[in-house]
Design a protein around this ligand. Structure first.
Ligand SMILES: [Ca+2]
Length: 175
């Protein structure tokens, strides 16, 4: 994790009045993180295009993914601080997803119909998809937190937007 010189760069929608709906896209830039095994440059969260479709998280790395590099993508769907869903994806390997009880405590594994994440060796961009209805039909807003680490040697994590911190919310579905 690093506190970037830019702080959290949220999209210009912050200028909207407080009563406005959340936006459908959030971008968080993260400055270089010295020592991070998998240095995350940027994440982009987009609402699902329509009900029945999936929201999308694009994760841009500073260098191509190497063996052992792993992404963890956490989703908040109910507005409280704890995540409800976590995906874990080692580079070029199958991902696993769980229902979460807290940041650390995993519950049952989730059906892949909820969404997926894939990071390919040698690629700088990874994409996660998420069905906002994965757990309940009542989700109207979502937000994410991304943690990278290495499974080889020291884990050296990088968190965006920060350790156990969330992006701004987006609408679950585009209006
Ligand atoms: Ca939550």
């Amino acid at each position: 994790m690093v506190v970037t010189s830019f702080g959290l760069v949220l999209s210009s929608v912050m200028l909207l009045p407080a009563y406005a709906d959340p936006p459908t896209r959030r971008v968080v830039h993260d400055g270089p993180t010295p020592g991070a095994a998998v240095d995350i440059a940027r994440i982009v969260l987009r609402s699902a295009p329509a009900e029945g479709r999936k929201a999308r998280v694009r994760i841009v790395l500073r260098k191509p993914a190497a063996a052992g590099d792993t992404l963890n993508v956490y989703f908040d769907t109910d507005g409280d601080h704890a995540p409800e869903v976590r995906y874990k994806a080692p580079a070029s390997a199958e991902f696993t997803s769980w229902r979460m009880r807290s940041w650390r405590k995993r519950g049952r594994t989730l059906d892949t119909r909820c969404g997926r994440v894939r990071m390919e060796l040698g690629e700088r961009i990874a994409v996660a998809t998420f069905d906002p209805r994965c757990l309940t039909d009542e989700v109207t807003k979502i937000r994410v937190s991304v943690r990278s680490h290495s499974q080889i040697g020291r884990p050296c994590p990088d968190w965006v937007p920060g350790k156990r911190r969330w992006t701004g919310r987006v609408l679950a579905y585009r209006p």
